[in-house]
Each structure stands twice: as structure tokens, then as C-alpha cells.
Write a protein that binds this ligand. Structure first.
Ligand code: 13P
Length: 258
């Protein structure tokens, strides 16, 4: 596969900055002990904003190859936007990734596809890789409309993005019914939607762009199920929540092919 797999740990609102240092050091140690080859698989942690400076300090101080990013970004560059964090602030802290449009932000903060797309473009303009999230809820899944639902989200988020931007982006398919529930989608479920996303990218852009964009699966990924999910043709990695909070477990996930 030409696309480098990406294993990203979305910590959500967990881990203070001291716990973050401990977790990153533990992850680094586990991967070092296993002779992990970072050129074959990218590994990233996505901590809360308050941890990022501490994560940067340990990663740079110990010359780690673990990458890191943020869970959200403002569309504004600077100014009177109390509580917001700009893309420039994040890139100055060495962030490689920004998660945009996670289902929890869509649900609790009313984020639309258009806003998600704007956040992705802001992240790209600051030299970071957006991880653009999409996924259907249980009702949509029960109605069998997951593919059309997700493709509408993708159409909305990619609107106005160039092929070059899309090639540099990551798309994460996270069925909401599988997030934090222990209810993992079957590898075939993951492939169905991830494959449909890639086909849509080829329709919206071209075959080269579709081949380049990485599509992740997220939702109750664990060391015990990651291998079968990663065996799917259009799944290029995982966005991991709960299982990324334990160094040994997330290291096992990163070593899915060991
Ligand atoms: P869980 O792995 O805890 O199900 O969370 C998935 C997720 O939302 C990652 O962004």
C-alpha cells in the first residue's frame, strides 16, 4: 500500500499535562522496546490543548518520532474570540494534525459540514494535516443510509478544497454508534463506508487524489480488533479514543501488523 498507515490517539477531555507527559513517555518506551518502525506507520497523539506544550517538550527533548496534534481549531486568525485557539498557535507548538468535525463537536457545539470544511482549510493553510471526521448515528445506520449520509458530510466538508489540499488531508470515518460503546463496526462495515469515501473523492477530484488521501476508521478500536480492520483495502489507519489512554494498549494498536 502506497499510503502510510496512521494511528492517532484522540484523548478527548482526558489527561492533565502531567499525565500527558507520563503517557507519551510510556508510549515511546513501549514502541522503542518493540523496535517500532515509524517510517512504516505514523503514530500521533491528540491531547487536550492544555497538554500540547508539555507534549512538545518531551517529544522534542527526547527526539521522539511520535507526532501530535489538537482536537479542534478556530477559523479565526486572532482577535476578540474568547476561548478560541488559532491554527498559527497550534503550528507554532509543532502540531502536525488537527481533528476537525468530531461527532462530539458536531453534537455538543453544533458544528456544520461547512464549518468543518473551513476548519480543515485553516489547518492546511497553517501547514497542518486536518483529520476530517464523519460518521452516522444509529438511526441512520438502522435505516441503511450510512453511505449517503457520510458522503453528504464529505461533500460539504470538501467543498472549496483543492485536490492538493485533499491529498494532504486525512478523513476519519467514525460511526457514532461505535464510539465509546464497545460496539465496533465489522471490518466489512468499515470498508463499505471508507471505500465509498474514496470513490467519492475520485468523483469530486481524480483517481490520483483518491489514491493519496488517507481514510481512517474510528469507533471502539482495540488491539484485539485492529488487525482485521486494517486488513481492509480502504482503511489506512485508526482514530482511537479510549484505548489510546493506555501506553501498552495504544502501542499494540500501532503495531497492528507485528
Ligand atoms: P473510542 O475508541 O473510545 O470508541 O472513541 C473513538 C473516537 O471517537 C476517536 O475519535
Amino acid at each position: 500500500m502506497a499510503r502510510t498507515p496512521l494511528m492517532a490517539g484522540n484523548w478527548k477531555m482526558n489527561m492533565d499535562h502531567l499525565e500527558a507527559i507520563h503517557l507519551v513517555q510510556g508510549l515511546h518506551q513501549e514502541l522503542t522496546d518493540a523496535n517500532f518502525d515509524y517510517s512504516k506507520t505514523e503514530v500521533a497523539v491528540i491531547p487536550p490543548f492544555t497538554d500540547i506544550r508539555s507534549v512538545q517538550t518531551v517529544v522534542e527533548g527526547d527526539d521522539m518520532k511520535i507526532k501530535y496534534g489538537a482536537q479542534d481549531v478556530s477559523t479565526k486568525e486572532s482577535g476578540a474570540y474568547t476561548g478560541e485557539i488559532s491554527a498559527t498557535m497550534l503550528s507554532k507548538l509543532g502540531c502536525s494534525f488537527v481533528v476537525v468535525g468530531h461527532s462530539e463537536r458536531r453534537e455538543y457545539h453544533g458544528e456544520s459540514d461547512a464549518l468543518v470544511g473551513e476548519k480543515a482549510r485553516v489547518a492546511l493553510a497553517a501547514g497542518m494535516t486536518p483529520i476530517i471526521c464523519c460518521g452516522e448515528g444509529l438511526e441512520v445506520r438502522k435505516a441503511g443510509e450510512q453511505v449517503s449520509h457520510v458522503l453528504a458530510q464529505i461533500d460539504g466538508a470538501l467543498d472549496g478544497m483543492s485536490a492538493d489540499d485533499v491529498k494532504k488531508s486525512v478523513i476519519a470515518y467514525e460511526p457514532i454508534w461505535a464510539i465509546g460503546t464497545g460496539e465496533v463496526a465489522t471490518p466489512e462495515d468499515a470498508q463499505e463506508v471508507c471505500g465509498a469515501i474514496r470513490v467519492r473523492v475520485s468523483e469530486l477530484y481524480d483517481a490520483e487524489t483518491a489514491e493519496a488521501v488517507r481514510v481512517l476508521y474510528g469507533g471502539s478500536v482495540k488491539s484485539g480488533n485492529v488487525r482485521d480492520i486494517m486488513a481492509q483495502a480502504d482503511v489506512d489507519g485508526a482514530l482511537v479514543g479510549g484505548a489510546s489512554l493506555k501506553a501498552d494498549e495504544f502501542a499494540k494498536i500501532a503495531r497492528f501488523d507485528a
